[in-house]
Design a protein around this ligand. Sequence first.
Ligand code: FE2
Ligand code: FE2
Length: 144
Amino acid sequence: MAIKDFMTNDHRECDNLYAPLEEALNEGDFDKALELFIPFKNAMLKHFAMEEEVLFPKMEEFVGSGEGPIYVMKMEHAQIKSIIDQLGEAIENKNQDKALGLGETFMIMTQQHNMKEEQILYNMAEQLPFDKENILEEMKKVKI
Ligand SMILES: [Fe+2]
Ligand SMILES: [Fe+2]
């Protein structure tokens, strides 16, 4: 499987873990929300780690590590991680308005981020001359 397909599919799987969490927040069911928050957060952190620990460093070997698109992606990861942490706190504090607001911010930021990766970054990765199968295997082995 191509890196682009694997990672695009992983974006969808993360979205699918977020959707029921948002539903629980809408219903004000904080016990359920807390339960759903954990696998969602872990999937997001694993996805970011696959990019930051394996894919992006490999790409940087070819394109350098200046303030280009990879740098922007890492900045956005940091912003999204901060939103996820704040969302976790809002759920623990049973603050529905805050949690829903943070959830919306999360969705907007993540959709824009994922679109940039799917339309630019992953295509760039596919065109670079490294062993895609090997990098894909390394990505799957990442632990958080
Ligand atoms: Fe990313
Ligand atoms: Fe991604």
